[in-house]
Design a protein around this ligand. Sequence first.
Ligand SMILES: Cc1ncc(COP(=O)(O)O)c(C=O)c1O
Length: 261
Amino acid sequence: MYGGTTVEYRLDPNDNWRIDLDDIASKMDDSVRLLVLINPNNPTGNVATPDEIDALLDIVRDYPQCTIVSDEIYDGLDFTGQMCSTASRADNAPVITLNGVSKVYFAPGWRIGYMAWHDPEGRLSLVRDGVERLLRSRLCASTPAQHGYLAGLTDEHGWLEGHRSRVKERLDYCMKRIEDIDGLECETPGGAFYMFVRITDERADSDKQWVLDVLYQHHVLVVPGTGFSTEYGAGHFRMVCLPPIETLAEAFNRIEKFLGD
Ligand SMILES: Cc1ncc(COP(=O)(O)O)c(C=O)c1O
């Protein structure tokens, strides 16, 4: 509505999709208002290290008009032990943290999340006022969902460990299957529940056609990489490792058959 445009920054496809900080630095200027970080990342599963977060904050320090939006909705699904919240390392730079109940607590139907504002100098006070007006006007999560999420956040949540290890077990199973299939390759995800798989099969014309062929011929649904970025996602597809191992096994058997046909 106000003429804003998005500029994509590069993630390194050969280094676990690590954030390319040089690429970000080269694309920064005074017109950049928001820098969006998704950590742990969807679709790649990359988890930024504290050093990388600090380097990102260093870059933003030179651009006082810029706010970091840090989407940390997969924070409890970190298998690297490195996950840290961007705002926890920020000094003056404003950071809006996004989070929600749908991923870590496996409750997407509850439709509740939150924004946490780190803005020690009040640079965003007008924006925050605008957001609060919007919240008051008609959007509202249901009261039971608010109490439920609050309990999830504040009560003891050692029980999440069982969920986390189940996701990790399924992720490891998927990675092993991908490793054994000719025509596919994947960097090891450090968190979340996705794999961003490279299609190395030379017969594939485009990731989109590949995905449609697997869907129509073998009824396995994955997401084309170009749906995430035409520039950086081409030649990949995203898959989810949440289904039970028997379902994942069947999906991989079918993909293997497709590639062998
Ligand atoms: C990075 C990220 N943020 C936010 C969401 C939105 O989650 P929800 O609308 O269920 O709260 C998703 C869902 O896929 C996501 O991957």
